[in-house]
Design a protein. Structure first.
Length: 134
């Protein structure tokens, strides 16, 4: 498995023809104070699989802090991969959305997607805005 796309964004959808639509990709949030609550946080991914990777795959999505602790309950599931002949690979678009996600401190976080033991991750940096002096 290879992640062709793996990003946090403002919005993500998958159209009926399988096209992944991404709006506002980012890896940094600026805030005056912590904790920071994000009204909406989305993840967009396009995973690529080879023919020898076909079949059911277990998945786990985690959002972790810099100490490796989950800040939300991990989401587990299953996906099925099929590579249609005569293609040499197949892509699978995925999206995930969280509302009112609270990031307790400034620092580095990560979204980690594990598919049958293989990890893809996207960092998220929460930084304090510089103070404004009059």
């Amino acid at each position: 498995m290879k992640a062709d796309i793996f990003t946090l964004c403002d919005a993500a959808t998958i159209s009926l023809d399988g096209k992944l639509n991404i709006l506002g990709s980012y890896d940094t949030i600026w805030a005056a104070e912590a904790p920071v609550t994000m009204p909406l946080c989305c993840l967009a991914a396009k995973l690529r699989f080879m023919p020898d990777e076909e079949g059911a795959k277990s998945t786990r999505l985690s959002f972790i802090d810099s100490d490796g602790k989950s800040i939300i309950q991990p989401i587990e599931g299953t996906i099925t991969v099929q590579v249609p002949a005569p293609e040499s690979s197949a892509s699978l678009p995925l999206t995930w959305m969280a509302q009112q996600l609270t990031l307790p401190d400034f620092g580095e976080y990560a979204v980690v997607l594990t598919v049958d033991g293989q990890e893809s991750n996207a960092p998220l940096y929460v930084k304090q805005l510089p103070s404004q002096q009059s």
